[in-house]
Design a protein around this ligand. Structure first.
Ligand SMILES: [Ca+2]
Length: 367
């Protein structure tokens, strides 16, 4: 079956340049024991959507803005591999449309640059307690800084008052930004859209995502798990059923690592598990996967984006200090959106949610 993914890019700086990328994809017959889709397309890589430069799937060490273009497809979301994970049953069939996702977590250097733009454009303030806070709309705390009296953790990001600029500890520029709230992750996407001239996919006055817009945004929980599985069917971790702490991922340790320090998954995405937890758009609901059960599989859903309201947001992937079991691709966790916690970071998604969904035949899960 042939599929195509269209990826539209736009460049800011007064010139409008639109480019379309058609990613030819072939889905191989799925001979695995689960019905989960086994994608065989080669992910395409940009150094950033704004530049539109194709990297032919080759990661560059300094290309931290790289986005992986994922064709839409279907997979089994949830505890396929077994383990009675909290909130991860029943397994359900999920269809997701094409989208793009960051090859890396957002780094301290990237975050500092975007927040500098926001500060210079009066979108944020730095409070007396050294917290970055939005100055427009529903004002929210975004990120804790190193010199904040209320910061219990190590942060590589700080604010130099005399220079009026954000600074990052030397050597930590490529480490993932941490102690970022869900609002901080949303605001980062919103500011980056404004900086680079993309559509307003994130509104920080309402704290909502407009999924019809082509711009940076947070991934939905379903998109996150689709990306994390890397094309494998029903495995626990991004590259199979084992994960060695410190080797396959930065977890169970005492500090984070520079992004991309460990092996990517089958889609070429680094650190989906470990290093920092990654905020998703969705409100959390323990019973979110519940629905009609047929042939042992939960009800099929297309482009789910979670409950319409809630108290906590989904956060995924486990952090640099977390146990390996927490770093499963199906492990669900949650936190209040204002949480400023160690190892809570950001991975961006990009692109409008669309109807470009695979229609490959699925078979019942083998029991
Ligand atoms: Ca991660």
């Amino acid at each position: 079956m042939e599929q195509s993914a269209t990826f539209r890019t736009r460049i800011a700086a007064s010139m409008l340049v639109c480019g379309f990328l058609f990613a030819g994809c072939t889905l191989a017959p799925d001979r695995s024991e689960s019905i989960e889709k086994k994608s065989s397309f080669a992910p395409l890589v940009y150094d950033s959507p704004a530049s539109g430069i194709l990297r032919d799937g080759k990661a560059l060490p300094d290309a931290q803005d790289s986005m992986i273009v994922l064709s839409g497809g279907k997979y089994l979301q949830g505890d396929v591999a077994g383990g009675s994970l909290f909130g991860a049953t029943p397994v359900r069939e999920v269809h997701v449309g094409s989208f793009s996702i960051g090859m890396y977590e957002v780094t301290c250097g990237q975050f500092a640059a975007v927040m500098q733009w926001a500060l210079d454009n009066e979108k944020v303030i730095v409070t007396a307690d050294k917290i970055i806070r939005t100055s427009v709309g529903d004002s929210q705390d975004l990120c804790m800084l190193k010199s904040s009296p209320s910061n219990y953790y190590y942060s590589a990001l700080d604010f130099d008052e005399s220079a009026g600029s954000f600074v990052v500890d030397r050597g930590r520029e490529s480490f993932p930004v941490e102690i970022v709230s869900w609002h901080g992750a949303m605001a980062y996407a919103a500011f980056k859209n404004a900086m680079e001239g993309f559509e307003k996919a994130v509104d920080i006055s309402t704290w909502r995502i407009n999924f019809s817009k082509n711009g940076y945004r947070l991934p939905t929980e379903a998109e996150w798990e689709y990306a994390a599985r890397g094309g494998l069917s029903g495995k626990k971790y991004p590259n199979g059923n084992t994960l060695v702490a410190g080797e396959d991922a930065q977890n169970s340790g005492i500090e984070p690592a520079a992004v991309g320090s460990h092996k990517p998954n089958g889609y070429g995405i680094h650190d989906m598990v470990g290093n920092t937890w990654e905020w998703c758009w969705d409100w959390f609901a323990e019973k979110e996967y519940d629905g009609r059960i047929r042939d042992g599989i939960g009800e099929s859903v297309t482009n789910p984006s979670g409950p319409v309201s809630g108290a906590e947001r989904v956060i995924r992937g486990g952090g640099w200090y977390d146990a390996t079991s927490t770093c499963r691709v199906d492990f669900r966790s949650k936190a209040v959106p204002s949480a400023l916690e160690e190892a809570f970071g950001i991975r961006l998604a990009f692109g409008a949610v669309n109807a470009d969904v695979s229609v490959t035949t699925v078979r019942p899960l083998a029991r």
